[in-house]
Design a protein around this ligand. Structure first.
Ligand code: MG
Ligand code: MG
Length: 274
């Protein structure tokens, strides 16, 4: 790969194919976890399932040992008012919880990163709507990306969809990011912004888009564990993420099992996958 201005890593088509392999491990692991989320399960049990799935696919968890203090688990599990970076442990999931699971894996040095929020049994209509809006905003963001466009096009699409959908807060303390030989690379991909602004979208760029939306105010605080991010007002949060790239034919969502083909078609966007 080569690095463009502002440290943006440009991948060759073969390197994007390698990222697809990592993306499929992440996407497959998240689908497995979605089925395992139920009342009575601990978040540590989910972590164990994730680590087994990633390692048995010949991949390495991205998050384990990441950062300072080193993140102690394979996945982040963030329940209800926890926004992101929750540490799995003895917490027992209960009916009505919403659980955000963030997963990263490395294959041959290339990273994939994705997240979703799962309902535990029956959840409130408000929680259901929060999840729907957050998930849809992710796809609206990806669908707004075009070769020759800008990162701000994605940010603006996420923001405007969320703002038009009701009384939600968008967390701005954390953003999406470039991804490739490292999990977090330039450029940042904010969830608010203006079209036409920011780094140009070119072939070989890979981005993780990850809206964090709350049913209250967007302010967050950090727990004493130095990882868990929760809403300051205690309102519930949802978090969805995919890693994607643009090819000359269209968008390719590397962490979606179908490459994003179905959801992109719903939004009228050509599928650019191989
Ligand atoms: Mg992530
Ligand atoms: Mg990410």
């Amino acid at each position: 790969m080569l690095f463009r201005d502002r440290g943006v890593e440009i991948k060759t088509p073969d390197q994007i194919d390698a990222m697809r392999a990592a993306g499929l491990v992440v996407g497959g692991t998240l689908e497995l976890l979605r089925d395992r989320v139920r009342a009575g399960t601990t978040t540590a049990e989910l972590d164990e399932v994730a680590e087994d799935a990633i390692r048995s696919a010949g991949a390495t968890p991205s998050f384990l040992g990441y950062g300072h203090p080193p993140f102690p688990a394979t996945i982040c599990v963030s329940v209800n008012d926890e926004v992101v970076h929750g540490i799995p442990g003895g917490r027992v999931l209960a009916e009505g919880d919403i659980v955000s699971i963030d997963c990263g894996a490395i294959v041959d040095g290339w990273h994939g990163d994705a997240a979703l929020t799962v309902a535990v049994g029956e959840v409130s209509p408000a929680a259901r709507e929060l999840m729907r809006v957050t998930e849809e905003s992710l796809w609206r963001g990806i669908a707004a990306a075009r070769l020759g466009g800008h990162v701000g096009d994605i940010s603006h699409a996420v923001e405007s969809f969320v703002r038009a959908s009701g009384d939600f807060g968008i967390v701005e303390d954390y953003t999406g990011h470039g991804i490739g030989t490292a999990m977090h690379q330039p450029p940042n991909v904010p969830n608010v912004g203006r079209p036409g602004k920011g780094v140009r979208l070119v072939e070989g760029l890979a981005l993780a888009v990850e809206p964090m939306v709350v049913a209250g105010q967007p302010w967050t605080r950090l727990d004493d564990d130095e990882w868990t991010v929760r809403t300051d007002d205690g309102a519930p949060a949802a978090h969805y993420e995919h890693t994607f790239t643009l090819t000359p034919r269209g968008a390719w969502v590397l962490t979606a099992l179908d490459g994003g083909e179905a959801r992109l078609a719903e939004l009228g966007v050509p599928f650019g996958g191989r």
